[in-house]
Design a protein around this ligand. Structure first.
Ligand code: ZN
Length: 246
């Protein structure tokens, strides 16, 4: 089973990736982790990726593809794997198709963890950090005991500068713009939208149900695209939300 996990920042993708990996006994592979492992191993690819990352550049498709190809040839990927953060472009998706076919593995199942923009905005704007010890709080899900003061040292909690509604909406819009074509690409192979605004355990059960059923697509391509991109009349959903603000 090959699972591709998509979802905007703040959707809880890391938690769900770990849950799927454990339930189906497949490795959860994130691109960040793969890069760090290659860097550490000091392979030729790793050294190239490392020097690009250190200089603050973006690692190009060719290197990313080769790193992914090497990773999914490892023995622990023999009965499948989960990818988080890859593919990001149609070229990468086409490359992955070829690599998977070469290994005789089944077609990937794409899952979109969808969370309404407003829910993500309230989750992220509720984040606070202690200015003294750095402990992280969330005013909704993990609030401190007293007001906006750290439990450990009673220093005031601060909000990160880029955790504003405007910045978050722009980030979500960029995510949607990049992910729309990926979702469209995988729709005929089987794509699923999971409402990820509820509690993590419930979301994990929903994903498990989908995957245990063999990953048959539950949405048509056009419905799925409607979800991710908004309707043609109204444009993408996040800009719609932004436009509504005074
Ligand atoms: Zn503190």
């Amino acid at each position: 089973m090959i699972v591709l996990l998509f979802g905007p920042p703040g959707c809880g993708k890391g938690t769900q990736a770990a849950a799927i990996a454990q339930r189906f006994h497949i490795p959860a592979i994130s691109t960040g982790e793969m890069f760090r492992a290659e860097c550490k191993a000091g392979t030729d690819l790793g050294r190239r990726a490392c020097s690009i990352l250190k200089s603050g550049g973006l690692v190009g498709d060719e290197i990313v593809d080769q790193i992914v190809a090497a990773r999914i040839r490892q023995p622990d990927c023999a009965s499948g794997f989960l990818l988080d953060g890859y593919p990001r472009t149609l070229e990468q998706a086409a490359f992955l198709d070829g690599a998977v076919r070469n290994q005789g593995l089944p077609k990937p199942i794409a899952i979109l963890l969808d969370v309404p923009a407003q829910v993500l905005v309230s989750r992220i704007t509720a984040r606070r950090q202690c200015g003294r010890c750095g402990r992280i709080y969330n005013m909704f899900s993990q609030p401190p005991r007293i007001g906006e003061l750290c439990d450990d040292d009673e220093a005031p909690l601060l909000r990160r500068e880029d955790d504003t509604e405007e910045v978050i909406l722009a980030r979500l819009q960029a995510y949607d713009d990049a992910t729309g074509p990926m979702i469209a690409y995988y729709c005929d192979g089987g794509c699923h939208r999971v409402d990820a605004s509820g509690d993590p355990a419930g979301i994990a059960r929903e994903i498990e149900r989908l995957l245990a059923a063999g990953g048959a697509p539950d949405l048509t391509a056009s419905t799925m695209l409607g979800v991710i991109a908004g309707s043609p009349q109204h444009g993408p959903r996040y800009s719609r939300l932004r436009a509504r603000r005074p």
